[in-house]
Design a protein around this ligand. Structure first.
Ligand code: PHE
Length: 345
């Protein structure tokens, strides 16, 4: 029987050498190792051998089966890679030129405008700061002079988390964090996402702001106005005028809203500015002494100003975008226009 096993191995190896197709390889495998195969036949009849021979013959048969299985596997692999290589040769013309006109991406208009805003201020010596988007009530409201029953909280429809925290409704809590962690003089801008329960053509439940904060000795409203006038000219063009309208924020006193002369009609009156010639771009004011008190800064010694602007609003004005949602729904036809502008620059 051992001779039979050896001859099976020889026959099978010889037959394998001549195989050129997967189909005949499979046939051969069935013929030798299948249920009715030659080697299987031998293994079945092991029981008929005298006990003392069974072990040795069984082992020999197992070894041959393992070797043959390996030989089949490697022959199959070879055949497969050979046929793939043949197919590639037939189908792929490696001499063809590469893909033409690969699409180039571009920086999202919001990110571009954010970078422009930050660069105007970093060139004036401001540092860039940031804070968490999930805030606590103290940093978002209370330290900014908005106690729990303050009516100004209504202006900012807030998303609360189950554990009593909230999604920050503005970037002003970064003022608080900055003043707690650093000693004046301070000069920072803080960009980031903010959240309010509000949605229409000009409001999105998530939008972006840039906060500004300056704290030093002898800072006055004139510094604030001069800084913002410089910002408006850099952002919207050298002829841009600004005006401050008196307003209210709990964390600044006095407070103002800032308008720029209409970018579309240069002040003569049009639909965008509602015939006023002015467009509002941000809120600002002198840091309220109550805020200084909550972060441990002596209001008799230090003065400061702060401002906050919506990046979407600036981007919409800057690029004449009529609907805020265009900035968020990733329509390639819309975004491509900015790729075009990237290339022109
Ligand atoms: N945090 C205010 C808002 O979101 C904007 C602001 C910032 C006003 C700083 C004054 C000073 O409406």
């Amino acid at each position: 029987m051992e001779k039979d096993i050896a001859s099976i191995e020889r026959d099978c190896s010889a037959a394998l050498d001549g195989v050129a197709e997967i189909a005949s390889l499979n046939e051969l495998r069935v013929q030798f190792l299948g249920r009715q195969g030659r080697l299987t036949g031998i293994m079945r009849s092991l029981g008929k051998l005298p006990k003392e021979d069974r072990k040795a013959v069984g082992q020999a048969a197992n070894q041959v089966r393992d070797r043959l299985n390996q030989a089949f596997d490697s022959a199959e692999e070879q055949l497969k890679s050979a046929s793939l290589a043949a197919e590639i040769q037939q189908r792929i013309d490696l001499t063809l030129p590469g893909a033409q006109g690969v699409e180039r991406g571009c920086v999202h208009p919001l990110r571009r405008v954010e970078a422009e805003i930050l660069s105007i201020f970093t060139r004036l010596g401001y540092a860039v700061a940031s804070g968490p988007q999930i805030e606590d009530d103290w940093h978002n409201f209370e330290a900014l002079n908005m106690p729990p029953d303050h009516p100004a909280r209504d202006m900012q429809d807030t998303f609360y988390t189950r554990d009593g925290r909230l999604l920050r409704t503005h970037t002003s809590p970064v003022q608080v964090r900055t003043m707690l962690e650093n000693k004046p003089p301070l000069r920072i801008v803080a960009p980031g996402a903010v959240y309010r329960c509000d949605a229409d053509v000009s409001h999105s439940p998530m939008f972006h702001q840039v906060e500004g904060l300056v704290v030093d000795r002898g800072i006055t409203m004139a510094d604030l106005k001069g800084t913002l006038a410089h910002f408006a000219r850099e952002m919207f063009g050298a002829d841009t005028q600004i005006r401050l309208r008196s307003s209210f924020f709990p964390f600044t006193e006095p407070s103002a809203e800032v308008d720029v002369s209409c970018i579309f009609c240069a002040g003569s009156g049009c639909r965008v500015c509602g015939d006023t010639g002015w467009i509002e771009i941000l809120g600002c004011g002198m840091v309220d002494p109550a805020v200084f008190e909550s972060v441990g800064i002596d209001a008799d010694e230090m003065q400061g100003f702060a401002f906050g602007m919506g990046i979407e609003r600036i981007a919409m004005l800057r690029h004449r975008i009529p609907d805020i949602r265009l900035l968020f729904d990733s329509r390639i036809e819309f975004l491509e226009q900015f790729a075009q502008r990237d290339r022109e620059i």
